[in-house]
Design a protein around this ligand. Structure first.
Ligand code: SF4
Length: 376
């Protein structure tokens, strides 16, 4: 097998975890709990012997039933997740955990609890800032969650079990940080769509398997001959839930590179690590609250600083700010973020879209025009 085939096979092996997630999850002899925000403490679920997997909404994209229940003015990530739930896609799961990450996900929890009672649902209070008092409060909410899981699964979630699950999740994050560093060179190790698929594979909850597969991918990439350098325009995407391969293909088709996604299917999911030397519950609470760079957190300046750090780290030339229709938090932040990026002379293209876009032509032309004006 030549090097290119070996790399492609290793990528496919990782991506298969996401592609085959329903079969793999159904086969696993462990309880499974779904989640809808990257602020869900997967470490605690893992310590209870539960597989924590993300709801992606991919199977519920075409259903009209969620709009009839929630209304049309909801973001299409929330509507598609509810569509999956109503269609029974998660009947194999023990339940779904929701967190107070934005208003729409709160409403999603209410609708889920009412319309899909066969799936147990749990709502986790999640403070909007990283102050000491918020961290203390969030740690108390995590202890409450631990007690519920212990009762439900007749287990004891010990400090040692938590430390072990933190170790496994830290390893996943560290490996993804290493893999995505391969993108910082002159040429990308993964294509844009592949990088999103890899993050989705990480969020299927099968952490050990993911760590083994991604280690194998990194080994193949690091021993492969380095491709020749290339100098292409470098684009970052930030904003709402993003899983839009057409947009990335348009960027790459125009001759630019998608180098960084400040999105939940991108670096946001695997930034930082949890301190293994502190009390595990406190360390988990601190980690999730300090990762306060999303639109629905209170301090927009923290988000802006984080974006500027990413621009520098990934040598970004321009930014595409993608907001799902009705994603109030991202729509509300946009004028301020744009102004701040403009002050740093970073061009920004704003796109408001839906997950299920049938008429992509107009967006495609806007991306091409935006990039061409900056590349030639
Ligand atoms: S896309 Fe926006 S509105 Fe929808 S769940 Fe995410 S943050 Fe909330």
């Amino acid at each position: 097998m030549n090097q290119e085939d070996a790399v492609n096979r290793a990528i496919e092996d990782v991506v298969d975890l996401h592609r085959n997630r329903f079969t793999l999850l159904k086969e696993a002899k462990k309880p499974k709990i779904g989640w809808v925000t990257i602020y869900t403490p997967e470490e605690i679920l893992l310590a209870a012997g539960v597989i924590p997997f993300r709801l992606t909404g991919e199977v519920g994209l075409n259903s009209t039933e969620p709009s009839a229940i929630l209304g049309n003015n909801y973001c299409s990530y929330v509507l598609s997740c509810l569509g999956e739930g109503l269609a029974g896609v998660y009947d194999f799961a023990d339940g779904i955990i929701f967190a107070d990450a934005c208003d729409m996900r709160k409403r999603l929890w209410e609708a889920w609890a009412r319309e899909i009672p066969s799936n147990k649902s749990y709502f986790l209070e999640f403070p909007n800032d990283a102050s000491d008092i918020s961290k203390e409060y969030f740690a108390s909410q995590l202890r409450k969650l631990i007690k519920i899981l212990e009762r439900e699964y007749e287990c004891e979630i010990t400090g040692e079990a938590l430390r072990q699950s933190i170790k496994v999740c830290n390893e996943s994050r560290t490996l993804m940080q290493r893999l995505f560093k391969n993108k910082k060179g002159e040429r990308l190790a993964l294509s844009g769509p592949e990088s999103i698929q890899v993050v989705k594979a990480a969020s299927t909850g099968m952490k050990e398997s993911f760590n083994t597969k991604i280690s194998a991918l990194i080994d193949v990439l690091e021993t492969a001959e380095q491709p020749p350098a290339r100098d292409r325009h470098r684009v970052m995407i930030c904003g709402s839930y993003f899983d839009h391969s057409e947009i990335i293909e348009t960027i790459e088709g125009a001759g630019a590179d998608f180098v960084c996604g400040d999105i939940s299917n991108g670096v946001k999911y695997f930034e930082g690590n949890i301190d293994l030397n502190s009390d595990p519950v406190t360390a988990i609470a601190d980690y999730y609250l300090e990762k306060n760079t999303s639109a629905y957190r209170l301090d927009t300046d923290v988000r802006v600083e984080h974006l500027l750090d990413l621009v520098e780290e990934y040598q970004v030339d321009s930014v595409i700010y993608y907001a799902l229709k009705f994603c109030d938090t991202n729509l509300h932040d946009f004028p301020y973020v744009k102004e701040k990026l403009k002050e740093e002379k970073i061009p920004v293209l704003f796109i408001e879209g839906e997950r299920n876009t049938t008429n992509f032509g107009g967006t495609k032309t806007r991306i091409q025009t935006f990039l061409e004006a900056r590349m030639f």
